[in-house]
Design a protein around this ligand. Structure first.
Ligand SMILES: Cc1ncc(COP(=O)(O)O)c(C=O)c1O
Ligand SMILES: N[C@@H](CCOP(=O)(O)O)C(=O)O
Length: 466
């Protein structure tokens, strides 16, 4: 399996999975995509029904690592990665209402769906860096969950230095403390003056500075890294198989911010999973749902909301969908992305938008509607959802079709957002034992403005110290 950029052609020396894992973002600023979609036959899907989650994940991810990492090595990694999840099924599927399911993706160490991919990424980095006898520096941007999942997966790994940028004052206290109380030498947290988009722009600007990129061996844990998407595909396969695939269609509803989670579902559909609809949910930062409803992809200010992890305007992974909707025409994709960066508006051709509409639905919830959804699911089904997962459930319920199961991605544990959960339901969600003393732990982080030169110096100093 070889990879190409959304902004470039497939070259004779195209990188393999290990290469793009370390590269993170393509040199031309585009995102890596597999040269073609691996297909999973209905027969293979049926055979996979009885696999454990770790073994299923290894089979799915192996389709993208062909020529770089074999399935036996991957199976060792997946078995290890998911061994400590606090649910035997790893990704349990709970029926909340008739034919409306919650796919719980928050049973990992940091209580969010990011652990699903990040626990694999830490192991993949170790494997490839050891093979190549190299060190890498990860600079990541987070609106709250990616950061702690990356830190947990990479802490103490000798071949990795990790710097996580979070928007100062815009995460929940639990989210911030999950990052800033980790004391391992290879981890540095920086609170940046700005919003998530500022942090993500800074990461991309560091990648665009090729001298810096080479100097520190820069790599990525954000979902700009294809490995993140690959490791998020298996749970869609698992849920669909549990509900009758390949002999029955399934729809998914996904609370969406950087578009990485739902893109993994879309990839599963390209690979042969019988997915009918993909429904995306937004908070007031509704650029993606405005796009689905009106072909209006125009950037507004990032506004704080009850679901802070989705306080995002520029969704990196949308570029991957755009590339596909343009029939993989990388020249057009690059031109549209350039114009988007310059004007804040993306002119997606009408025929591409119409094709996207055949699969995607979209809906926005205000904070009041999010609270109301949390209250309703709790009162009527005794299901306690965090604000992000509640958006997924509400949107799934809105687009349910008779006879087709709707699976909503439950992306975070309610205890990550206690204030919102208490206000909506009166229930105080407790942190699990391994985090019960989180508020007694010492925090350690730097505060910086969004000047790239200062941040690059902080990264250099961190590598020297580590
Ligand atoms: C809890 C939670 N829900 C939903 C999302 C949105 O997911 P994505 O960015 O993959 O669209 C995020 C962050 O990305 C998140 O942390
Ligand atoms: N919600 C995310 C934002 C970053 O998304 P990613 O897909 O690049 O990891 C977060 O919690 O940080």
């Amino acid at each position: 399996m070889r990879y190409r950029s959304t902004r470039g052609e497939l070259t004779a020396d195209a990188p393999n999975f290990s290469d793009i894992l370390l590269a993170g973002l393509a040199g031309d600023g585009g995102l890596y995509m597999p040269e073609s979609w691996p297909k999973i036959s209905p027969q293979t899907l049926r055979e996979w029904r009885t696999l454990s989650y770790p073994d299923l994940a290894a089979e799915v991810i192996a389709l993208f690592t062909e020529g770089a990492i074999d399935v036996d090595t991957l199976r060792d990694m997946t078995r290890d990665a998911y061994a400590d999840f606090d649910h035997a099924a790893v990704v349990p599927l709970v029926e909340v209402e008739q034919d409306l399911y919650s796919l719980e993706l928050f049973h990992g160490p940091t209580l969010a769906f990011k652990d699903m991919a990040m626990q694999m990424l830490g192991r993949l980095f170790d494997h490839v860096l050891t093979q190549r006898n190299r060190h890498a520096t990860i600079v990541g941007a987070t609106s709250g969950d990616t950061g702690s999942a990356a830190i947990e997966a990479c802490r103490g790994r000798e071949r990795l230095s990790v710097v996580i940028l979070h928007p100062k004052g815009r995460t929940s206290d639990v989210q911030r403390r999950q990052m800033t109380t980790v004391q391992d030498d290879n981890i540095l947290n920086i609170a940046v003056e700005g919003d998530f988009d500022t942090c993500q722009d800074l990461v991309k600007a560091m990648f665009a500075d090729h001298t810096f990129r080479d100097e520190v061996s820069l790599s990525a844990v954000n979902s700009i890294n294809w490995a993140r998407i690959a490791a998020q595909i298996p749970y869609y396969v698992r849920a669909a198989l549990a509900l009758g695939a390949p002999d029955r269609e399934v729809s998914f509803s996904v609370p969406t911010g950087n578009f990485g989670n739902v893109l993994a579902a879309w990839a599963a559909k390209q690979m042969g999973l019988p997915i009918k609809k993909l429904c995306i949910g937004s908070n007031r930062n509704d650029i993606l749902t405005r796009f689905v409803i009106d072909n209006d992809m125009s950037v507004r200010t990032v506004e704080p909301s009850l679901s802070p992890s989705m306080d995002i305007q520029v969704s990196s992974n949308f570029e991957r969908l755009l590339f596909e909707l343009l029939d993989r025409n990388s020249t057009r994709c690059a031109a549209i992305m350039r114009e988007f960066r310059e004007t804040g508006r993306m002119a997606v051709p009408h025929d591409a938008w119409t094709r996207m509409k055949e699969v995607f639905e979209g809906m926005t919830l205000t904070d009041e509607q999010t609270s109301e959804a949390m209250r309703l699911f709790y009162n009527e089904s005794l299901y306690l959802a965090d604000p992000h997962s509640a958006i997924g459930l509400a949107v799934g319920k809105r687009f349910q079709e008779p006879g087709i199961p709707m699976v909503a991605a439950a992306t975070a544990h309610p205890a990550k957002f206690p204030d919102a959960v208490i206000a909506a339901t009166g229930i105080h969600p407790k942190l699990p034992p391994h985090l019960s003393d989180l508020f007694e732990r010492t925090e350690r982080y730097e505060c910086m403005d969004s000047q790239i030169a200062g941040l690059q110096d902080a990264v250099r100093a961190h590598i020297k110290r580590g």
